[in-house]
Design a protein around this ligand. Structure first.
Ligand code: S3P
Length: 424
């Protein structure tokens, strides 16, 4: 994919449904009583992996011509005849493991080359404590083999702040005897809590600790998935780069555990207004407008690094165009995402002529730098491909992105939709 420099970003977009919420609605729909119908379901390959796993587990799953997804729930799920293919999706493997831990059969979960390198010990530990038998390849890497049933409740303090781990434990908690609690070191996205409630379960939260009682039955919903804010990040950051930009994003997910990007862009100098706001199944949805201002700089650390974890690559990619640069700390988790995102961001920034300092847990990218077009390596990582497509819009000369089709993992329409708001 070749990206030519742009003059401005102008217009309005409406984005496919949020990846995190789509996974959860699909998984809970698979174990709920009745037929769940989900509109604006994510168009990404990751969520298609979750739907395929639901099919392999015996659920009827239909995509209607209007793009809605219908899932007929089944309880219990059926033992799959083949291993469950999670593709590139860590969310599918980790969260589904929580559900499979509650089922009295053996199942295997495998992934592609990238997923096969990602750590699974973080879900194996609590699910084993609950009584599931789980084995993995060397170093607790996929494939996983899970034999579940007869779970006991636990009170688990997560060593890493991960919404996927929290979700796996809460989903397993549905099948356990007694009350399961999970405590997170920093607040992570709360879509599982919202979705469980939408499907009829009760949960309680005190500070960073969530508790769920086992044995609760779920009921199908008619759900709408708001536009993916992590996909919106590429558009918002692109618009933030041009003084005369004006970008409207309709029906966007504005859940406070996901909307830290808006606070950060405001702190950098962008003007963002929320035009309307409503709640659907516990999720805030709204229309926002961004107009650029001169971009200052920022340091991102602690809980903000957790909340912005998926947006950090694109923030690092636009950092050279800010006045004072961006420093990212406490983001070691970036090294075990779909790629080592710290190393790849640093390498690609340097390819475009930027200076940057790579650290074990983050990066420091000085501001006031002009980038030039270059050859970019996505490393097969969707967010790296899209982040550097954004950086390329303000560079001098064309940029060639190798492995740009990785965008299909979360956002197949990305390049086409970006073209619709870019002025040259
Ligand atoms: C996700 C949680 C995050 C995030 C991922 C989606 C989720 O991962 O990076 O893209 O839907 O719960 P971790 O749970 O590993 O932090």
């Amino acid at each position: 994919m070749i990206i030519r420099p742009a003059r401005n970003v102008l217009g309005a977009v409406r984005l496919p449904g949020d990846k995190s919420i789509s996974h959860r609605y699909a998984m809970l729909g698979a174990i709920a009583e009745g037929k769940t119908r989900i509109t604006n379901f994510s168009t990404g390959a990751d969520c298609a992996s979750t739907l395929n796993c639901a099919r392999q587990l015996g659920c009827e799953v239909i995509r209607t011509p209007e793009g809605a997804v219908e899932i007929s729930g089944m309880q219990p799920l059926r033992q799959p005849s083949d291993s469950l293919d999670c593709g590139n999706s860590g969310s599918t493997m980790r969260m589904l493991s929580g559900i499979l831990a509650g089922h009295d059969f053996e199942s295997r979960l495998r992934g592609d080359e990238s997923l096969s390198r990602r750590p699974m010990g973080r879900i194996m530990e609590p699910l084993r404590q609950m009584g599931a038998k789980i084995t993995a390849a060397a170093n607790e890497r996929p494939p996983l083999c899970i034999r579940g049933a007869g779970l006991r409740s636990i009170d688990y303090r997560m060593p890493v702040a991960s919404a996927q781990v929290k979700s796996a434990v809460l989903f397993a908690g549905l099948f356990a005897h007694g009350e399961t609690s999970v405590e997170e070191p920093f607040r992570t996205r709360d879509h599982s809590e919202q979705a469980l409630r939408a499907f009829g379960a009760e949960l309680s939260r005190t500070r960073n600790r969530v508790t769920i009682a086992g044995g609760q039955k779920l009921h199908a919903i008619q759900g709408f998935v708001p536009g993916d804010i992590s996909s919106a990040a590429f558009f918002l950051c692109a618009a933030a780069l041009f003084a005369d930009s004006n970008l409207v994003i309709e029906d966007l997910l504005l859940n406070p555990t996901r909307a830290t990007l808006l606070d950060l862009l405001r702190a950098l100098g962008a003007r963002i207004s929320v035009i309307n706001l409503e709640e659907q199944h516990g999720e805030l949805v709204g229309t926002i407008k961004l107009e650029a201002g001169p971009l200052k700089g920022a340091t991102i650390s602690g809980g903000d690094s957790v909340a912005l974890i998926d947006e950090l690559p694109v923030l690092a990619a636009i950092a050279p165009y800010t006045q004072d640069g961006i420093e990212i700390r406490d983001a070691r988790e970036l090294r075990v995402k779909e790629s080592d995102r710290i190393a790849l961001v640093a390498r690609n920034l340097r390819a475009m002529g930027a200076e940057c300092e790579e650290r074990e847990d983050g990066l420091r990218v000085p501001g006031n730098q002009q980038l030039h077009g270059a050859e970019i390596d996505s490393g097969g990582d969707h967010r790296i491909a899209m982040a550097f497509a954004v950086a390329a819009l303000r560079a001098t000369g064309d940029t060639l992105i190798h492995g740009a089709d990785a965008a299909k993992i979360s956002f197949p329409e990305f390049f086409q939709m970006m073209e619709s708001v870019v002025e040259r």
